[in-house]
Design a protein around this ligand. Structure first.
Ligand SMILES: Cc1ncc(COP(=O)(O)O)c(C=O)c1O
Length: 453
């Protein structure tokens, strides 16, 4: 067994050592070679060492090097070494993180990490926290709690009686919400289309001058960190409007919520603490390995009513914290260890430094592109930069050229009805030097494409 683990460790560390200097995008040959794994369902087994060797041979070269300091695609982070190490240990511990009685360490470490994050982000300390797979499920989980409370106050037990015949709930959602929030609404039975869209301003923030009237039973979905611009919705103002109504305010802060950990950037998220629930990802800006999302819900009772398997608990009786009372899953991995590891490693100062460094890198990108005469489409307030080189075809050609060149990686987005290139800086390794190197590549590729056009 030890030999097998040594082998896997050697493969993994060899991969990590090379990762920063390898082309980021998966090459055609490596992509094709994955098919070597596509053998008929084997009749007989194979030695474990051979299985791991085969996986390493075909998978390691076919991985996108998303942990690279020059990976700026989507909005994702890498993984701090301390969290890769804790993740290996938690795989070895293999805890089924449902019940405190059976997996006490997993349950307690989640509780400790949750308390730390509430303090770090300045969220209400009584809030409950669910450790889920990502922001998609965090939004779903928090909105299930919202559905419970809003319907409960309207005299309806949605978990017991379902949605048929339930009171109408108005869903107000930022017109620039992430598509996965609509998926949550669909899964919760609210429907993707039965929403009132709150109009947004030029940066994708809810525009209060055009905010819809809030009905009696309402769930209002806002954002901390617009997926393109990084901008924040005015939650304090929404909260003032919603006061005295049966309304729940939710914040999708998949990456932007972490701005609250920085004294320099938390003003952007002012008023976010007045919401009722918040979703974020640890696998984005906190840089822990996949998968790791977090839902924070001020009313613990509503979250447990929505998620606990049995309705027979009473919060006051609940001396222990059974993780499965807070999440959609009963059995799952112990995600709290990786979150704990990074928070313990960084401390408040380290998290703030990470956020501020990434934002400084985004500003540098914006300055360099502007100085070079290219259009930066958003106000760069956080870690997101949207650059436009001209027509849709030109943007696609530049992005493709950058991806194929291989030393950095950016993706495309649609912003203000235009296709553009989006840069997101979330990685724990990214420094200004990586920005300068990557900008040089992007500029060269843009010049080549524009010359040909
Ligand atoms: C604002 C926002 N919400 C939700 C999500 C979905 O997060 P995940 O992919 O971790 O489920 C993302 C992902 O980029 C996001 O940026």
């Amino acid at each position: 067994m030890t030999e097998l683990y040594d082998l896997a460790y050697d493969f993994a560390t060899a991969f990590l050592k090379k990762a920063n200097d390898s082309p980021i995008q998966v090459g055609d040959e490596a992509r094709k070679n994955i098919n070597h794994l596509d053998v008929p369902m084997p009749q007989h087994g194979m030695a474990a060492e051979a299985v791991i060797t085969e996986l390493n041979q075909w998978v390691s070269p076919a991985t996108m090097k998303m942990g690279s300091p020059r990976f700026f695609g989507f909005v994702i982070g890498g993984a701090y070494p301390v969290s890769v190490a804790s993740n290996w240990m938690s795989t070895a511990w293999d805890q089924n993180t449902g019940l405190e009685k059976t997996t006490p360490a997993a349950a307690v470490v989640e509780k400790i990490s949750a308390n730390w994050m509430l303090e770090l982000l300045g969220l209400p300390r009584e809030s409950a926290c669910a450790f889920v797979t990502g922001a998609t499920v965090a939004n779903f989980t928090a909105l299930a709690a919202a559905r419970n409370q809003v319907m409960n106050q309207a005299g309806w037990d949605v978990e017991a009686d379902g949605l048929i015949g339930a009171p109408e709930v108005q869903i107000i959602i930022s017109a620039d919400s992430h598509p996965t929030v609509y998926k949550s609404l669909a899964m919760l039975g609210f429907g993707r289309n039965r929403v009132t869209k709150a109009a947004v301003d030029a940066q994708g923030c809810i525009d209060m001058s055009r905010f819809p009237e809030i009905n009696e039973n309402a769930i209002i979905i806002t954002q901390a960190g617009n997926i393109n611009s990084g901008a924040f919705d005015p939650v304090a103002e929404i909260s003032r409007l919603a006061a005295g109504k049966n309304a729940w305010i939710h914040v999708d802060g998949a990456f932007g919520l972490w701005a609250l950990a920085s004294n320099k950037y938390k003003h952007l998220a002012a008023g976010m603490d007045q919401a009722d629930s918040w979703a974020t990802d640890a696998h984005k800006w906190l840089n822990v390995p996949y998968d790791s999302g977090l839902a924070f819900v001020k009313n613990e009772h509503a979250l447990k009513a929505a998620m606990a398997i049995t309705a027979s608990y009473l919060p006051s009786e609940n001396a222990t914290r059974n993780p499965s009372d807070y999440t959609p899953e009963l059995s799952r991995r112990a995600r709290g260890f990786d979150v704990y590891a990074v928070l313990r490693y960084l401390g408040k100062e380290g998290v703030a430094e990470l956020i501020e460094r990434c934002c400084a890198c985004a500003s540098r990108f914006a300055d360099l592109f502007t100085q070079a005469g290219y259009e930066v489409m958003n106000d760069v307030v956080l870690n997101q930069v949207v650059v436009c080189f001209g027509s849709e075809a030109l943007n696609l050609a530049v992005i493709d050229a950058v991806q194929k060149e291989g030393s950095c990686w950016v993706g495309q987005t649609s912003w203000k009805n235009r296709l553009a290139m989006r840069i997101s800086v979330c990685n724990w390794q990214t420094e200004l030097i990586h920005v300068d190197e990557s900008f040089a590549i992007m500029k060269t590729m843009a010049e080549k494409v524009l010359k040909k056009a």
